[in-house]
Design a protein around this ligand. Structure first.
Ligand SMILES: NC(=O)c1ccc[n+]([C@@H]2O[C@H](COP(=O)([O-])OP(=O)(O)OC[C@H]3O[C@@H](n4cnc5c(N)ncnc54)[C@H](OP(=O)(O)O)[C@@H]3O)[C@@H](O)[C@H]2O)c1
Length: 393
């Protein structure tokens, strides 16, 4: 494979203007145990827009998290026992970085090339496009952390121990079933149930326009309720055994009154995972009964490195990194596609269109208002889809 040029285009944070702009910058050099990757597709997450418009840390850093691409080169690990890279040039891989969603200097993904630790990518099956693959890493890992680390379900890659191999039946609620995280959570929940001899009754909330999608495989909801119905929590309770409530719930929105409402659907002793922290004040903690502890974590902890994020410092955590490795190792299976990618909305243009189009759609406040005034077909509101840009045509 020919050596790449020395410079590349990248979307760089501009803190003075509260935005990001495409600029020419040096191609990064992989450190020990890292891969240099040619980026073919990037998927957008709300945090990418949020921390471009409300920046943390310094200018000039590459923004963006989710990517898929091909390995250009690898740098041997400093660990003698594993100094051979498992990857070869041309291998198709996917992963996520933190980019400018941090206070400290972290690598980002929205660029022609990036560097990433070799243990934090997964091998993309031949049947999956780069665009599809780019949607999976961050939201798939977020869903996996919530279900298997916080809510205590058995991961499909875990070896089964005796107590969990006994048949059981659970009721589960995913609030915000059509979100990117929710679409992966439903799939992982079914795979976990199959793996652990569990019958799962999956209940969800979404807009009625998404009901057909959610009732079909691989999401296979038993019932989906509109979250715009004022009495949706009692509708959910009535769908559970003797109206006792759900055993586990994942709130994929975790905003304003949602955590309180989702809490009200839990059975006694039921567990709830949330995606936004109580400390950030995104949801109204006064609506949550004192005996319920909404379990939060940030997906960035899966990177296993010390990260300054928001008002928090996430300390390096080898266990969290091992969980990410296990998840990515499972995704890399040669047995075929493990998780069906989110439906992709392939956005026109490349990096130069990310802020003006994509971030307008997934941003908050003024950005969304501006997007509402746009008439192009690709600027319609997002529902059950992931925005993706192709960087290699
Ligand atoms: N903890 C973490 O590390 C972590 C990781 C990833 C994401 N997150 C956070 O999790 C949230 C979801 O992220 P995502 O990327 O999965 O979202 P997304 O795909 O952008 O979500 C879009 C969907 O949200 C639904 N929605 C919007 N407002 C809603 C409301 N009030 N009630 C119910 N549904 C609503 C809409 O559903 P309908 O079309 O059906 O109306 C829409 O389809 C974001 O706040 C994100 O920042 C946290």
């Amino acid at each position: 494979m020919a050596s790449p040029a020395l410079t590349m285009s990248a979307l760089l944070l501009d803190t003075s203007k509260h935005t990001a702009t495409v600029q020419t910058t040096p191609i990064p050099t992989p450190g020990p145990g890292e891969l240099l990757i040619r980026v073919h597709a990037v998927a957008l997450n709300p945090v990418d827009a949020l921390y471009s418009f409300k920046p943390l840390g310094s200018s000039g850093r590459v923004v963006g998290s989710d990517f898929a691409g091909t390995v250009v080169s690898s740098s041997p690990s400093s660990n003698v026992a594993s100094s051979e890279s498992a990857f070869s040039p041309g291998d198709r891989v996917s992963g996520f970085l933190q980019g400018a969603c941090s206070v400290n200097d972290r690598p980002g993904a929205f660029a022609d090339y990036l560097v990433c630790p070799a243990d934090l990518v997964w091998c993309v099956p031949d049947s999956m496009s780069f665009e599809e693959a780019s949607t999976i890493s961050l939201c798939g890992l977020t869903a996996a952390q919530a279900l298997f680390q916080r809510l205590g379900l058995v991961a499909p890659w875990d070896s089964i121990t005796k107590p969990t191999s006994q048949a059981r039946e659970i009721y589960a609620l995913i609030y915000g079933a059509s979100t990117s995280v929710g679409l992966y959570a439903a799939q992982l929940l079914h795979l976990s149930a199959k793996h652990s001899n569990t019958t799962v009754h999956l209940l969800g909330t979404a807009s009625p326009a998404r009901f057909d999608l959610l009732r079909a495989a691989p999401y296979s909801y038993e019932h989906v309720i509109s979250y715009r119905d004022a009495d949706w929590p009692s509708q959910i309770r009535r769908l559970t055994l003797d109206s006792r409530g759900v055993d586990i719930a994942l709130d994929c929105i975790s905003q304003n009154s949602t955590v309180g409402q989702v809490s009200s659907t839990l059975r006694d002793g039921g567990k709830l995972a949330v995606l936004r922290s109580r400390a950030a004040g995104a949801w109204d903690a006064s609506l949550v009964p004192a005996h319920i502890d909404p379990l939060y974590d940030a997906v960035w902890r899966g990177l296993g490195e010390r990260v300054q994020y928001h008002s928090m410092i996430l300390e390096a955590n080898a266990e969290m990194r091992q969980f990410s490795r296990d998840f990515f190792g499972w995704l890399s299976s040669k047995d075929g596609v493990r998780l069906q990618a989110n439906p992709v909305r392939r956005m026109p243009g490349g990096l130069e269109k990310v802020v003006g189009d994509g971030f307008m759609l997934i941003g908050e406040g003024d950005a969304v208002k501006q997007a509402e005034g746009r008439k192009e077909e690709w600027m319609r509101p997002i529902s059950g889809e992931k925005l993706v840009y192709s960087l290699v045509q």
